[in-house]
Design a protein around this ligand. Sequence first.
Ligand code: B4P
Length: 189
Amino acid sequence: MTRLVLLGPPGAGKGTQAARVAERLGVPAISTGDIFRANVAEGTDLGKLAQRYMDSGEYVPDEVTNEMVADRLTQPDAVGGFLLDGYPRTEAQVRELDDMLAGAGTALTRVVELTADPEEVVARLLNRAQEQGRADDTEDVIRRRLEVYAEQTAPLVSLYSERGLLVRVDGMGDVVEVTQRLLAALDAD
Ligand code: B4P
């Protein structure tokens, strides 16, 4: 059974690779960023709340994010495994995910850290800004997202490494090449 977490800075290619790897592994890719954006587009209360944080590059509060993920993980397609893209992002989210999985009698099987050079991630996100016009892809907000990642999410790498769950994969190069690297790293388990 595959219960994966994909960690990495904004622009490392998490969303891009999560969809490709999840399809190959036959599990749903669950992206908290995508769920928030869908709620923003639909104008739900959750979307209105999340938008305030996302537009300035801050994380959505843990309680809100945790509740949303807990709900998503109990849906039937996630019972047989999942790939979490962009969750957990804080230590409080790690603890909550531990509890959710323990409550279901399961645990994570792997945590992948996708890495990329800082100049490359900024270039990718600025490129996406031109192509898709995402509200949080402006230069100032990108800089803030990278700071928030360094402060709040980077510490999770050593936390999962200490648990023996971490594998690091180089996210530089073209999309197909990175997918091959990810699948090879997971196959080695
Ligand atoms: P996310 O949607 O997760 O945004 P992200 O970190 O920028 O990653 P994303 O997956 O979109 O980009 P990717 O690197 O794949 O989060 C957005 C916001 O939601 C957060 O800032 C926060 O406010 C909120 N949020 C989400 N989860 C949360 C949580 N758990 N707790 C609290 N708040 C949360 O791709 C970037 C670009 O690079 C794309 O244009 C892609 O096409 C390109 N690219 C990818 N791979 C490439 C490659 N190999 N070569 C060239 N370009 C590539």
